[in-house]
Write a protein that binds this ligand. Structure first.
Ligand SMILES: [Zn+2]
Length: 64
């Protein structure tokens, strides 16, 4: 039996891989995807509002 540890953003944030457009609602699935494919760019969307959430890294870059 495997125990899945929930991340605080699980089921609230939708992650979409920029490279292959796969969607992830579990942070652990995204981490697995990064390890398996080497893809490391993703967009985050708020599942409730559907709005894109800009990551902290992007926000810093965009304000420069
Ligand atoms: Zn990918």
């Amino acid at each position: 039996m495997t125990i899945k540890i929930m991340h605080p953003e699980d089921l609230k944030i939708l992650r979409i891989c920029v490279d292959c457009r796969q969607r992830f609602i579990f942070h652990s699935d995204w981490v697995d995807h990064q390890l398996q494919t080497g893809h490391n760019s993703m967009k985050k969307y708020d599942l409730l509002s559907g709005e894109m959430i800009i990551s902290l890294d992007n926000r810093i870059r965009e304000t420069v």
